[in-house]
Design a protein around this ligand. Structure first.
Ligand SMILES: *Cc1c(COP(=O)(O)O)cnc(C)c1O
Length: 335
């Protein structure tokens, strides 16, 4: 329960596509990812020239940093934002400008991205702003109006990257689909992944959607065969499996309730969440709790690296997985 993978496994359609493609492994993959890009474009109602494929969406985030950032540029993201933004921006020497998140006592979105502080961090050298919506590890999100107002205020020569790794899980009314704004904001990049709800984390495939001009820039730094044959085939088939997606969304929503009641029992606070994980405040150092669970064969994610040493991020598992984790916690917490 540590990496927000889909506990239901992988779409059977994807597995079937994999068994067929095994006969062609002596060949290089299609470096242009033609079929997968066509399939994504058809699914999202876009043109394939707007899509850039990555070896996971982390690869796309890395391409963005390499194409748009260097020692003379700055990048803006929030405190508690997904760690890849910091890592990849640091590797190209960019100046990190980190916006303060909402305080823990914020009434609706504690630890969430704060639009005003993100805007305040933008300076003359800024070329990229990274926003995860919802964010990992907090689970927090920006609503439609808030995010739209933010985009309106960012100068158009600054790329705004909205990372929608968990968007398929979200059922919240008022949650934005940033793809709708691509026409209006030529500086907008939306990233998505097959690692989470599609259950293909092991194959590594994700993508960016942008204006063709931005895709062209990203493709200049993209490695020629960055997405492998198996990943291309499985992702294309998985896109077509709405039933698997719907079942995954429904299971996640139902099993999240187990964690809400466990938190109530333990008197734990938790961060608002619309994804497939919940970040809980154990109200004590989380590392020993993590260790104890590990000894029970259960892996959750301590997030001390984000300077949240009392929190654990827990992936919503199947009902049986959650029950086992909750039973282990009951034992530890009552001892
Ligand atoms: C998991 C995750 C990703 C996906 O990473 P991949 O490289 O596609 O596996 C991207 N962004 C966020 C915020 C994530 O949590």
């Amino acid at each position: 329960l540590a990496s927000n993978e889909n506990p239901l496994g992988t779409s059977l359609k994807a597995l079937a596509a994999l068994s067929t493609i095994l006969q062609t492994l002596e060949l290089y993959p299609d470096g242009s990812g033609y079929r997968l890009k066509q399939a994504i474009a058809a699914k999202l109602g876009l043109h394939s020239s707007q899509i850039t494929l990555g070896n996971g969406s982390s690869d796309v985030l890395d391409m963005i940093a390499r194409a748009y950032l260097d020692e003379k540029r700055s990048v803006v993201f929030s405190q508690y934002a997904f760690a890849v933004y910091r890592i990849t921006s640091s590797l190209v020497g960019a100046n990190l400008r980190i916006a303060k998140a909402n305080p823990p006592e914020h009434p609706t979105m504690p630890y969430g991205h704060n639009v005003a502080s993100l805007l305040a961090q933008i300076d003359a050298d800024t070329r990229v702003v990274f926003i995860a919506n919802p964010n990992n590890p907090t689970g927090t999100w920006l609503g439609k109006q808030e995010l739209y107002a933010f985009l309106q205020q960012v100068p158009r020569d600054i790329l705004v990257v909205i990372d929608e790794a968990y968007t398929e899980y979200v059922q919240q009314a008022d949650f934005p689909n940033a793809l709708e704004w691509l026409e209006e904001f030529p500086n907008l990049v939306v990233t998505r992944t097959f690692s989470k709800i599609y259950g293909l984390a092991g194959l590594r495939v994700g993508y960016a959607v942008s204006q063709p001009a931005v895709a062209d820039m990203l493709n200049r730094v993209r490695q020629a065969f960055n997405v492998n044959t198996l990943a291309l085939a499985a992702a294309e088939a998985a896109l077509d499996d709405d039933e698997f997606l719907q079942h995954s969304v429904a299971t996640n929503a139902a099993c999240l309730q187990q964690w809400f009641s466990a938190c109530a029992d333990y008197n734990w606070d938790y961060m608002p969440t619309v994804g497939n994980f919940i970040t809980v405040d154990c109200k004590c150092p989380a590392a020993p709790l993590y260790d104890t669970l590990l000894r029970e064969g259960i892996i959750v994610r301590p997030i001390g690296g984000y300077r949240l040493p009392h929190h654990l991020r827990i992936t919503i598992g199947t009902e049986a997985q959650n029950s086992r984790c909750i039973e282990a916690l009951n034992k530890v917490l009552s001892a």
